[in-house]
Write a protein that binds this ligand. Structure first.
Ligand code: DC
Length: 219
């Protein structure tokens, strides 16, 4: 079984996917975390983010490993041996991840890992291109959306504002990331024609989870 969940930044995809995974006993794969992990590695190794060739060379030498953490039920991601999960959600990664994820080599590298996992397990993946590129034949596809205002609001609560960002700054960065993710040349963020569209602006998480599960169980 393969369930694809796509949508813009901050729409609640990962929270929903994680809960659905728990209830349906699926492996949850956060593909955004993989793009973030590569971005973290590039920054840490002082690779020039704007230099696609240098980034590709970094990838060739990279030791990238995933391991399911039985406690958290999530994937632990190791970059050259370093467990990076707690280092992926900060402003520096946020600001650079769209650039890194626009590179062809990066996408090929991660998409093949995602497809391999999907061929071995029952999975639910969240990302931008899951229903369109990674698993165009997924059993179920959802496109989870919310207004920019609602997403900025959720993000503000989510980051506990360690970085002292204003609502307007967060909103601006979300708009910028949406734009980069949906206008890039390779695998832009796009609703698959056969995806179920859910606008979560006025929905609670559990409501969204129930909607997804009821659609899956109906079949
Ligand atoms: O879901 P997220 O915010 O953690 O994703 C981080 C970035 O990674 C997002 O801005 C675009 C990129 N991404 C992607 O290009 N394709 C995916 N399948 C998942 C994420």
């Amino acid at each position: 079984l393969k369930i694809a969940i796509d949508g813009p930044a901050g729409a609640g995809k990962s929270t929903v996917a994680k809960k659905v995974a728990e209830k349906l006993k699926l492996l949850y794969i956060d593909t955004g975390a993989m793009y973030r992990a590569i971005t973290y590695g590039v920054i840490k190794n002082k690779i020039d983010i704007d230099n696609e060739k240098e980034v590709a060379e970094f990838l060739d030498k990279l030791d990238f490993r995933l391991n399911r953490n039985e406690l958290s039920k999530e994937m632990d991601i190791f970059i050259n041996g370093e467990l990076v999960n707690s280092k992926l959600r900060n402003r520096e990664v946020d600001k650079n991840v769209s650039k890194i994820s626009s590179y062809k080599k990066v996408r090929e590298f991660l998409v093949s890992i995602q497809q391999k996992l999907g061929s071995e397990y029952d999975v639910i993946l969240d990302g931008r291109d899951i229903g369109t590129v990674v698993f165009p034949n997924a059993d179920f596809k959802f496109y989870i959306d919310a207004s920019v205002e609602e997403r900025a609001d959720r993000r503000l609560k989510d980051i506990k504002n360690k970085e002292h960002l204003s609502y307007d700054e967060i909103k601006r960065e979300i708009i910028e990331r949406d734009k980069l993710d949906s206008t890039r040349k390779i695998s832009p963020l796009k609703k698959a024609v056969d995806a179920v569209y859910i606008d979560t602006s006025n929905m609670g998480i559990d409501e969204v989870v129930d909607r997804v599960i009821s659609i899956v169980l109906k079949k």
